[in-house]
Design a protein around this ligand. Structure first.
Ligand code: PLP
Length: 396
């Protein structure tokens, strides 16, 4: 038996670096080395590190009130719910603490909706390569066997189809009369930055309305301005029935939210769902300040512009490099797919002072803060492109 020296369960193979402080998109480690953070805590630090108005708001809130309980009125919860309603065009919000919790709530909404439609064993259509979290229900919805292995029996009631494949969905609909929802990431994150086509999203919206299914769009990673709109589905001009959010909503303070629309907002009744920590004043203040800063600093436009700049610069810098499969994504959610597994690039980039991630074995993932400047965007490309070229040239 090996016991971890950290006294932690060995759930992560951690990189050998620890950070002491940050400023904007920059981080410093315990040895004083500086890094350009192109990952922002996996799409969490929307405003970068040590953002002055976020820090001031949180300091003030900590001095006033951190937690009361959902047994009482929480005015900041109402304020953030109303803000999310305004930005999404949806109707009601439930607050929790993480992405998987938001997705659990969405799955419960779909189950109860199915029962209300008269189904004993309602089914949810989910997608290959998806990621929705690591609780039993959300890992069962996830399209990755590595995440599921060892935790069987999985939660039943999910039917899986390939992304952007409407024909298969239509065939399933004929075979399974008890479907109650379609559940997908608007842009798959862990699966390798794979977007749903705009045409698919529009067709799914029509199909769900026609069939009485809930359209549930997981925007835990791609929401809150990352793609240059508040929510990635707004590029397709559709409104989902259910939208789980988390990650970037609190700029680093744990938070989750399920936003519901129309009939989906009427499914939960008192006693159906709850949380001790969810919606506490500190997290609500973080959400409100994140949204306020995105609006006042023009960060939606910045995400769109910096994303376009980086994609163009990466495309140009890697134009003649064999082994680049595709450079894709939207705004500041960029994936560079290589023809071979490239996890080794993470350490090489770190040595060059750049923090990146590799997901789905072959996809370099960039998720910098929405506050990224034009010169910082250039600097990410300047540090990354030579490493990728060398990596592919050494052993294509
Ligand atoms: C799309 C998506 N959904 C859900 C989750 C789970 O979120 P959390 O880790 O906060 O539970 C993630 C996390 O990576 C995600 O990317």
């Amino acid at each position: 038996m090996t016991v971890s020296p950290h006294a932690l369960m060995p759930t992560y193979s951690r990189q050998p670096v620890a950070f002491t402080h940050g400023q904007g998109v920059w981080l410093w480690d315990t040895e004083g080395r500086q890094y350009l953070d192109a990952l922002s805590g996996i799409a969490v630090n929307t405003l970068g590190h040590n953002h002055p108005s976020l820090v001031a708001a949180l300091r003030e809130q900590v001095g006033q009130l951190i937690h009361t309980s959902n047994l009482y009125e929480i005015p900041l919860q109402t304020e953030l719910a109303q803000t999310l309603v305004r930005l999404s065009g949806m109707t009601n919000v439930f607050f929790c603490n993480s992405g998987l919790e938001a997705n659990e709530a969405a799955i419960k909404l779909a189950r109860k909706h199915g029962h209300q439609l008269g189904f004993d064993r309602p089914k949810i259509i989910v997608f290959e390569k998806s990621f929705h979290g690591r609780s039993l229900a959300t890992l069962s919805a996830t399209g990755n066997e590595k995440v599921q292995k060892g935790f069987e029996p999985l939660v039943e009631g999910f039917v899986r189809v390939p992304l952007n494949d409407l024909n298969t969905i239509a065939r399933y609909a004929e075979r399974h009369p008890d479907i109650s929802a379609v559940f997908l990431e608007t842009i798959q994150g862990e699966g390798g930055i794979r977007p749903s086509d705009i045409a698919t999203l529009k067709s799914l919206r029509r199909l769900c309305t026609e069939k009485n299914w809930l359209l549930m769009l997981d925007e835990v990673q791609c929401g809150i301005g990352r793609t240059g709109k508040w929510f990635a589905h707004q590029w397709a001009d559709v409104i989902p029935d259910v939208m789980p959010l988390a990650k970037g909503l609190g700029s680093g303070v744990p938070i989750g939210a399920v936003v519901a629309h129309g009939i989906a907002a009427t499914i939960f009744e008192p006693g159906n769902h709850g949380t001790t920590f969810g919606g506490n004043p500190l997290a609500m203040r973080a959400g409100l300040e994140t949204i306020r800063a995105i609006e006042s600093e023009g960060l939606l436009q910045n995400a769109a512009d910096r994303g376009a700049q980086m994609k163009a610069a990466l495309t140009e810098a890697l134009r003649h490099t064999a082994g680049i499969q595709e450079i894709r994504g939207h705004g500041l959610m960029i994936g560079i797919e290589l023809a071979k597994p490239c996890a080794a690039l993470v350490a090489q980039a770190r040595d060059a002072g750049l923090l990146i991630n590799v997901t789905a074995d072959t996809v370099i993932r960039l998720l910098p803060a929405l506050t990224l400047t034009a010169s910082e965007a250039d600097e990410i490309v300047a540090r990354l492109a030579p490493l990728v070229r060398k990596f592919l040239e050494d052993a294509p």
